[in-house]
Design a protein around this ligand. Structure first.
Ligand code: GLN
Ligand code: ZN
Length: 753
């Protein structure tokens, strides 16, 4: 019925100038001591609390800071530290879990739901004994006290126990029937202790994040949810509980939570508009608080505050109290537009980063209390996206595009046009990015060297890379991608409809931050993007050079994308630009073109029911991009994984002539998986793991190829590493590629016999 306050579910922790990255990396390098690192961290936390307080946010979160990752923090909090790290302590143990240490491999890292943030996967087994590792000074308590000492009352944020266990994996030595969820009751007892101790310190509210509820959940998992919050709800002395859900609709979890004693439920009305109807469907929560995710926490657009306000108004009739909030933590967006002086005004007028989103939440709170006049100015300042009618007309005319000829007809044409041997050898595209290459790119960006000097440096690099590949004897060459800083940004910078930020950093994992480009309007390609470099490379080599592009899905997945039209429509615009690029490459004599789609699986919707529609447009966009070429032009694609799961059928539907995938670490099982899924085109299961500096022997790779040949005929088998080589050094790459070519030769000879 009422609204008195506002909140955000979390805030970026890297600092406005990536101070955390700098300090942490200095600490790792031994240039900064632990005390100085802690001091930087405390400054950053204070900065966030004061910023939120000064912005007028009613309820301020704490424990949103992390030295590396909030899931890792949770593992440390509840002492879920695998044995191999137990000889270390403090920050050393913490960073070893994140990054590995001498002889001790790190925890596995994976994506946080469908975002580009990565967390460290808890590793649990029947021997895991949860306990509150540091009862007197555990992190949520310490941060609460720290804020309190600064005069700021906060709401500690914890990963909810159910989500924590659902994100965990069994330790490698756990018995086959062990499931992390078996440990639920033990974990909940530690949370109970945490809540009691926080209450003892004066904490009034705690936020328990349960984003796992936005994905499909079994009845058993919903029963577990019930058990968690019944148990925590019945504690005699505890803070009030906000169970925050986000990233989508929570379906059957809503009535379950409603039946517990939690005081507040956070619902995401941006990614999950259906949450509103669901709430009405259970008769609302008349005596509870709804923390209403009305401002998108993971995209960069200004909110439609009128729309948000009408949702909030509808909620007033469905809840005891409505607290306007961000839809999720603001961790996923850059800190502030204040740091972006160069954005074009019409683009800037549509944007809101963390600071601006916080102001929107506060404004919504005021509008609810004082009336909607409060937001009039905000609405007026918003601009419309740029429209390009030519692109739209071309896409309408193209429809799905004409499919390519049959795979067999193409294969025959390509045998004639390319004349490649069986078990053709190639690489995935990038070659080591040497210091010289990076320096030349940086100097060019900073204006210290002119275009000519820069391009001469890139040409010299291409000369070297081509000569090396010919010397090694690879069959299909690449130019090495020295001119590319990043496989998405490089293209975004050349396409209209995309904007780049100068300081729009977002944490990807640990100290790694990325600056996703912003796809803000209709996408067009003013001029060819790669033709010059690729044809230059071809002019230097006798063997075919493979053109290298980033596919439409990946171009969207690693950018901020428009929310004013379906993703499928945006994907088609990017695909059309790529289609034009591919045609230009082909006309310039490039006969092999690779369109990388490493993000195909990443964008897969959290709910199974949404997946078919996603794969349909994702595959459609790829085919639109690649179907405009002659039969004799060979289309490759590349993906950085080998467990395809739900996308395995889509791999074949892409209709590429050759697909290269990661396989070195999964022992070629995937070749068999692909065959069973009906994949019948060329396949390059990576025969060596580029993620390790180890140089694989020719024997080893020969063995891998023989194994692959059990599932795929020789004329469809390609020989390549499992990913691009840019993170490696020549000292490893050169011998490894020589061994790889040697292995291919041996297997060909064996086939001839
Ligand atoms: N062509 C890219 C490269 O070799 C592919 C990168 C990737 O798969 N992520 O670097
Ligand atoms: Zn890859």
């Amino acid at each position: 019925m009422t609204t008195k306050t506002t909140t955000v579910l979390g805030y970026p922790r890297i600092g406005p100038d990536r101070e955390l990255k700098r300090a942490t990396e200095s600490y790792w390098a031994g240039r900064l001591d632990a005390a100085a690192l802690h001091e930087t961290a405390a400054d950053l936390r204070r900065g966030v609390w004061e910023e939120l307080r000064d912005a007028g946010v009613g309820q301020i979160p704490s424990n949103t800071f992390s030295f590396y990752d909030h899931v890792l923090d949770t593992s440390v909090l509840v002492d879920a530290v695998p044995g191999r790290f137990r000889h270390l302590d403090g920050l050393d143990a913490y960073f070893a879990m994140a990054r590995g240490a001498a002889g001790v491999p790190a925890l596995e890292m994976t994506k946080w739901f469908d975002t580009n943030y990565h967390y460290l996967v808890p590793e649990l087994g029947p021997d895991t004994r949860f306990r509150l590792a540091d009862p007197a000074g555990f992190k949520p308590l310490a941060e609460y006290r720290e804020a309190k000492a600064l005069g700021v009352e906060t709401r500690p944020v914890l990963v909810g126990p159910l989500t924590y266990l659902l994100l965990a994996k069994p330790a490698p030595d756990a018995p086959a029937d062990f499931r992390p969820l078996d440990l639920l009751d033990a974990l909940v007892e530690v949370y109970a202790e945490i809540l009691e101790r926080l209450a003892g310190a004066g904490v009034q509210w705690v936020q328990l994040d349960e984003p796992a509820l936005a994905a499909d959940r079994t009845d058993a998992e919903l029963a577990a949810l019930r058990r968690v919050y019944d148990r925590l709800g019945e504690l005699a002395a505890r803070p009030r509980l906000l169970v925050a859900t986000y990233f989508g609709e929570i379906g059957g979890a809503l009535p379950v939570l409603a039946a517990t004693r939690v005081e507040a439920i956070g619902l995401d009305f941006v990614a999950g508009p259906g949450n509103l109807e669901a709430l009405a469907g259970i008769g609302g929560l008349p005596r509870r608080t709804v923390v209403a995710g009305l401002v998108d926490g993971r995209n960069v657009w200004r909110a439609d505050l009128r729309g948000a306000l009408s949702t909030a108004a509808a909620l007033l009739g469905l809840a005891g109290e409505v607290v306007p909030a961000t839809s999720c933590s603001l961790l996923h967006v850059p800190i502030s537009l204040d740091a972006e002086p160069d954005l074009e005004p019409d683009v800037r007028a549509r944007l809101a980063f963390a600071r601006e989103k916080t102001a929107e939440v506060v404004l919504l709170g005021r509008a609810l209390a004082e009336g909607q006049e409060v937001i009039a100015g905000h609405a007026a300042a918003t601009a419309a996206p740029r429209v390009d009618n030519r692109v739209r007309a071309r896409l309408d005319a193209l429809g799905a595009g004409t499919p390519r000829a049959s795979r067999e007809a193409r294969a025959a044409a390509q045998r004639r046009s390319l004349g490649l041997p069986v078990l053709a050898t190639t690489t995935i595209g990038s070659f080591p990015q040497t210091d010289d290459v990076r320096k030349a790119r940086a100097a060019h960006r900073a204006g210290r060297i002119g275009v000519e000097e820069y391009e001469a440096a890139m040409r010299a690099e291409i000369d070297r890379v081509i000569a090396l590949q010919e010397d090694i004897g690879l069959d299909v060459l690449v130019h090495g991608e020295p001119e590319r800083n990043d496989m998405v940004q490089y293209f975004a910078e050349q396409l209209d409809g995309y904007a780049a930020t100068v300081n729009g950093w977002v944490q990807s994992y640990g100290t790694r931050c990325v600056r996703p480009p912003i796809l803000h309007g209709d996408v067009t390609r003013p001029e060819p993007m790669t033709v010059r470099w690729t044809t230059y490379a071809q002019s230097r080599g006798r063997r075919p050079v493979k053109g290298m592009l980033t596919g439409p899905v990946t171009m969207l997945a690693w950018s901020f994308v428009r929310d004013d039209q379906p993703l499928a429509d945006t994907a088609r615009q990017v695909a059309l630009a790529l289609r034009d690029e591919i045609r230009d490459l082909e006309s310039a004599g490039i006969g092999v073109i690779q369109v990388d789609e490493p993000a195909l699986r990443e964008l897969l919707p959290l709910r199974a029911a949404d997946r078919a529609a996603y794969l349909d447009w994702a595959v459609g966009a790829f085919r639109l991009a690649t179907s405009g070429v002659a039969d004799g032009t060979q289309i490759h694609t590349h993906m950085c994984y080998s467990e395809f799961g739900d996308v395995i059928g889509a791999i074949g539907d892409l209709d590429a002539d050759v697909t290269s995938v990661e396989a070195a670490r999964s022992h070629m099982e995937l070749v068999d998986d692909l065959r069973r899924a009906g994949y019948a085109a060329g396949i390059g299961p990576g025969v060596y793991d580029i993620h390790s500096p180890r140089v694989p022997s020719a024997d080893e790779m020969t063995g891998a190829l023989h194994r692959a040949l059990r599932a795929v005929p020789a004329d469809r088998l390609w020989v390549n590493p499992d990913c691009g080589l840019k993170t490696r050094g020549y000292a490893e790459v050169e011998p490894a590629l020589r061994n790889m070519v040697e292995a291919a030769g041996r297997v060909r000879a064996a086939l001839d016999d």
